[in-house]
Design a protein around this ligand. Sequence first.
Ligand code: FDA
Length: 395
Amino acid sequence: MQKKDVIIIGAGAAGLMCGITAGQRGRSVAILDHANKVGKKILMSGGGRCNFTNYYAEPTNFLSHNQHFCKSALSRYTQWDFIALVEKHGIPYHEKKLGQLFCDNKAKDIVNMLLDECAQAGVEVRTECSILQVDKVDDGFIIQTSQGKWHCQSLVIATGGLSIPTMGATGFGYDIAKQFGLKLFPTYAALVPFTLTPKLLEQFDGLSGTSADALVSCNGQSFRENILFTHRGLSGPSILQISSYWQPGDAISINLFPDVDLYEHLKQLQQERPKAHINTVLAEQLTKKLADRLCEIWFADYVQKPLAELSNEILQVIAEQLQSWQLKPTGTEGYRTAEVTMGGLDTDEVSSKTFEAKKVTGLYFIGEVLDVTGHLGGFNFQWAWASGYAAGQYV
Ligand code: FDA
């Protein structure tokens, strides 16, 4: 039997950070992962450059049934702490937009940094290690694995959510929670593209790859960034963001002209350029391809006429359609492409200070397996670092 003070299951962002913190405290630590490589999601994140944190990370960037739960950990390990670590390792990075920090080179820089820190803290990292069984015993836990039997005092579950099963995601963390009688919230794919009806897809045929700056709203939340037409429906940052607030059956509202009162703007253009056509003036903000197609779908009766011949009522209809386009997605692309999983372990089951399960001494849950989900923009990694660090101080 191999013995450690701490065993962490899952060598992703949260697990590695927890291992480093515990190792630095002098605890003997092993991190076990079934995948053939550590930090696969880090490697694929941010288009291969890892959006590792955000200058503006704060609790309001996170969704949870308990909005207060994340506050303590986020305040004890902030974006500035992670930035300091990145700088200590001399990793070049830049702000892309909206406070989002990316590596200049490759996401691998972040994984290498975490593995260097693990090595310095004496943390053992095992890959290709399948977990067969977990049992609670008087003095800790016994874990049966494909690499033998292990004993530990503290067991940390850092196996993440269900997104991208091909990258090693499993429901292991939820199964352990069930095994110990802990409450779970239903899980949903989030930060995920929407799918559309066959009719809409036919209307948008050929627009795949076209994007537009838009304000997208649903259930009282709005995000302004690009939307992107895809072969299956709609994606782009503002769509991914709003997907976390969308429920099946909801319509989303899209404002394709978020900076102006479009009705007033069109009336002004009517005065200034009476001979212009609606598709031409819309193409000054949208791409020509998108403006032409939307006019074909929505304004076929008006597009042939110059602006001078369009009544105020018609200008109002046009403005209304473009500024509060109501769209009902048929669904999402699901865990296959979702960046994160909403829901999961009820945060009331664990201490917000230590991340230890209130009912099971020595059992800890960190990272995405918990019911804490960040917005797009480096917030989910910040949650992984912060929760990993917090638990690492107590395991
Ligand atoms: P994570 O998923 O990182 O790690 C879990 C680990 O547990 C994995 O190594 C897995 O192999 C292992 N595991 C799972 N089941 C197991 C089992 N049964 N036995 C043993 N091991 C098991 N966030 C962000 O802030 N900025 C970004 O740029 C991106 N980009 C991004 C792109 C894509 C494509 C995805 C899918 C996700 C992102 N994210 C992101 C989200 C971010 O990757 C995610 O929130 C964190 O990785 C979660 O960290 P965890 O450590 O909780 O889980």
